[in-house]
Design a protein around this ligand. Structure first.
Ligand code: 87F
Length: 548
């Protein structure tokens, strides 16, 4: 069947003047037949003008390179790889497409299974917060006030008092902890909810990384003792670290936030931090807060202990958001598009037929591809065939490279004759011919290798980008070179503020440098080591850098 390509492109991404790309870098595509890379060979066109436009688009692909214009590369890779689309009605909001939702759901399933082992239970609380409740804890809300969005009207009438959309749910949940917790037998109480939150970011919105509405999980727990609470903060931090390292193949650093950077309502904030070498910016990847008894006091969350004494509970809260998907895209994506780690890939193997005119009946090839997909699926490997017959196979290779599946299988007449398939790795481009009978074993093996390789490459880059410094001059130079900086610090609030001011902003508009975290794993600190910024005795090694 011959079909107009317009059917497929008609509803495509359109942002300002840029319409959906199609394909990239011709060198990267090895087409075994003589078909056109553009895939236009079998397309019936409506008008000459459209044809010309499409040719121009077709040659575009991702229009910039990751190393040359990271911001636009990232936006294009998210849109053209079909993870999301910009929501034109409201700036800073995005439509998450099936690929993004599938990745998020893999993360969700993994995380749910882990926290279930810790006896955390799922709840769902309303998304509305009354003004009274939100402003109850004035100190913690102070800095965040400009980001709170309010509902002020219903239909034509003004609400008597405006209602906020939750930016986080402490003030929604804690009045109920106060009500539900009476005695020591009610503890620990461990709540998790998966939801959306709204934070009215005023500038610099970025898909996944900073959006006005996003998806996350927020955990809120209450304990009888400080020790139990402290242990849980670490346990959750470890699960977050595993989400990044084991699923998303992104290396992260576990650490403690500085006084400046911690959540104002917390006693202590632990976080995991990732680093994006292309921009030289750190990014907070998830947080786990020990709230101490701050909120217990504010919301009157008390219990009667075993001896009949009334005490305040010890609380934690922790969150991981869809930002994680953005960090993964930034880490692994390349100039051809998305690169998904197999464990989260919406499609792990894409199967493409390679027809050669007159060599073998198209139907035979089609059936062979479907059979391979079935075999893979039966073995539990998410697979699909790209059997669109209005595109050349070269075009489809490039399109699928854009969409990030870890493995591509090509099946042509020669493969049929030899009872084999050709497997191509998305991460390295390496190709190998595999006997049909060995397919499952080989595919599983390759998927494991890709998962490991993506992590290893990212880890090596992180190490290459990390620079230990001891003086202000070394710090400035390392910052210029977009390094992740490990420096001895006196741990004083004013010194961190001063570093932020003195380090200025970079050419990409990144703000001044600040601490990312103080790593839990500390290098040895010589007794006479001085703070790189103040010259006072250093108390710890901390990571510094510009950040998202
Ligand atoms: C924005 C507006 C209003 C962050 C906000 O990290 C309030 C806030 O409280 C706010 N942005 N925060 C801190 C959130 C703390 C905490 N909540 C539960 C987490 C993890 C999950």
């Amino acid at each position: 069947m011959v079909k107009s390509v317009d059917d497929d492109l008609g509803t495509s991404t359109s942002l300002g003047s840029q319409t959906k790309i199609i394909i990239s870098d011709e060198d990267s595509v090895q087409v075994e037949t003589n078909q056109l890379l553009t895939g236009e060979a079998s397309v019936v066109n409506s008008s000459e003008k459209k044809k010309k436009e499409r040719k121009k688009e077709t040659r575009l692909g991702i229009s910039v390179k990751k190393d040359e214009d990271f911001g636009n590369w990232y936006s294009e890779v998210c849109r053209f790889g079909e993870l999301l689309e910009y929501y034109e009605q409201v700036k800073g909001c995005y439509i998450l497409k099936p690929s993004a939702m599938k990745i998020w759901n893999v993360i969700r399933r993994f995380f749910d299974a882990e926290i279930e082992k810790m006896d955390v239970e799922e709840y769902y609380f309303p998304m509305f917060v009354s003004r009274g409740a939100l402003e109850k804890e004035k100190d913690h809300i102070k800095g965040f006030a400009p980001e709170v969005a309010w509902v002020t009207r219903a239909g034509e009438s003004d609400l008597e008092t405006p209602i906020a959309l939750r930016p986080t749910s402490e003030t929604v949940i804690y009045p109920y902890l106060s009500k539900w917790i009476r005695g020591h037998r009610d503890l620990p109480l461990k709540i998790n909810q998966w939801n959306n939150v709204v934070r009215w970011e005023s500038s610099d919105t970025t898909p996944f990384v900073r959006s006005r509405e996003f998806l996350w999980q927020e955990g809120h727990t209450a304990f009888a003792t400080k020790e139990e609470a402290e242990q849980e903060v670490l346990d959750v931090l470890n699960i977050y670290s595993r989400v990044y390292e084991e699923l998303l193949a992104v290396p992260v650093i576990k650490g403690i936030k500085s006084e400046n950077e911690k959540f104002a309502g917390a006693f202590e904030t632990k976080s995991i931090e990732a680093f994006i070498p292309s921009t030289g910016r750190g990014i907070q990847a998830a947080t786990s807060h020990c709230l101490g008894q701050n909120f217990a006091q504010m919301f009157d969350i008390t219990f009667e202990d075993k001896k009949g004494k009334r005490s305040m509970v010890w609380q934690n809260s922790w969150g991981l958001s869809t930002r994680s998907i953005g960090v993964m895209v930034m880490t692994h994506g390349d100039d051809k598009g998305l690169v998904f780690p197999p464990k989260v890939a919406p499609v792990k193997v894409v199967v493409i037929q390679v027809p050669i005119k007159g060599a073998v009946d198209d139907q035979v090839l089609f059936d062979a591809c479907e059979a391979v997909v079935s075999t893979l699926r039966e073995a539990g490997i998410r697979a699909k065939s790209d059997n669109r017959d209005n595109y050349s196979c070269g075009w489809k290779y490039a399109d699928q490279e854009l969409k990030g599946a870890p493995l591509r299988i090509e099946i042509g007449p020669r493969d049929l004759a030899n009872d084999q398939v050709r497997i191509v790795r998305r991460d390295t481009g390496a190709k190998m011919d595999v006997k049909r009978g060995d397919l499952i074993e080989q595919a599983k093996d390759l998927l494991e290798k890709i998962q490991r390789n993506l992590y290893d490459v990212a880890k090596r880059k992180l190490e290459e980008c990390t620079q230990k410094v001891e003086t202000w001059e070394e710090f400035e130079e390392a910052l210029r070179q977009k390094k992740l900086i490990l420096a001895p610090w006196c741990d004083e609030v004013e010194v961190e503020k001063d570093v932020r001011k003195r380090s200025g902003s970079d050419e990409t508009g990144g703000g001044g440098a600040k601490t990312l975290c103080t790593p839990l794993e500390q290098p040895e600190l010589r007794q006479d080591t001085l703070c790189f910024a103040s010259g006072k005795p250093a108390k710890k090694w901390s990571y510094w850098g510009r950040s998202y």
